[in-house]
Ligand binder design. Structure first.
Ligand code: 2YC
Length: 266
């Protein structure tokens, strides 16, 4: 996953309610509903769970606003959340002393949610692929027998592929690294490898972008009826195409992934 910068999440908290309504419009349910569907759980989530978000200073260090934004998303979803005063292991110690149920924390490579009591863990890349595939399925009225084009066969794309194939999709994959596309096909032999990007885009109305490339898809390349589920950061569409696809585009930089991680572990 691409490393966020402060500007990516600056006004995210203020837009949560509006984004939730947008998701309800596109998918028929909002952030919590999509995340609960993606968790595959039938029993009710424990909304009394208390969540601690622990800032991590390793590697490139803390991203201003990251922990606070994660906590705000968790609170929007209905659980109590706080950012620990301490960072790293001091923060973990504080979370346990405060009897928090769930710890959420991210270093440069891995972002996890851990339920200490239930001994459950959720990884952001796996959860993000799964929740965005669930959102595409909800927006499309199911994927059974439908052709879907997956752009990007990395960790998020691989997780999404599992869900979409399990949902009955006929999946084609395009990756600028042919070895990555080929390794996905070895994992899932029914997957077809798309030859060229433009031809693949013009022949698919269900699209999934899990690439870290930005603004490489333009309005002329996308079908009128296309729906795009795009966890990839930055967004794969140029500005004009993004506007044109409003109402048929699922994209954010943290919200759906954090929601999925929470409902995976509570
Ligand atoms: O503030 C902190 O605690 C930092 N250690 C957080 C670093 C997060 C790095 N990862 C990312 O920016 C992206 C996120 C979308 C989640 C996964 N990768």
């Amino acid at each position: 996953m691409t490393r966020l910068v402060e500007a990516d999440i600056a006004d995210l908290n203020a837009r949560l309610a509006e984004y939730d309504l947008y998701l309800k419009d596109v998918c028929g349910t909002g952030l919590a509903g999509i995340a609960r569907a993606a968790s595959g759980k039938t029993e009710a989530p424990d909304m009394a769970s208390r969540v601690a978000v622990v800032p991590v200073t390793s590697g490139l260090g803390v991203i201003n606003g990251f922990s606070g934004t994660v906590a705000a998303i968790v609170e929007f979803l209905g659980c109590r959340a706080r950012v620990t005063d301490g960072t790293d292991f001091a923060g973990i110690s504080e979370a346990v002393s405060d009897r928090c149920d769930v710890i959420m924390a991210a270093d440069d490579d891995t972002f996890i949610a851990v339920n200490l009591k239930a001994q459950l863990v959720s990884d952001n890349s796996e959860a993000t692929g799964r929740v965005y595939a669930t959102a595409l399925s909800l927006a499309a009225g199911g994927l059974t027998g439908k052709n879907v084009l997956l752009l990007g066969a990395g960790p998020v794309g691989r997780s999404a592929a599992a869900v979409m194939l399990n949902g009955g999709a006929a999946l084609s994959v395009y990756d600028i690294d042919p070895d990555k596309a080929e390794s996905l096909r070895r994992l899932y032999p029914s997957v077809r490898i798309a030859g060229g990007l433009e031809e693949a885009l013009s022949s698919h109305s269900l699209l999934f972008d899990a690439t870290p490339s930005g603004e490489f898809i333009h309005r002329g390349s996308v079908r009128q009826d296309a729906i795009l589920s795009a966890p990839g950061v930055p967004l794969c569409l140029d500005r004009e195409c993004e506007e044109w696809m409003r109402g048929r585009l699922l994209h954010d930089v943290l919200e759906l992934g954090v929601a999925a991680m929470l409902f995976d572990v509570i």
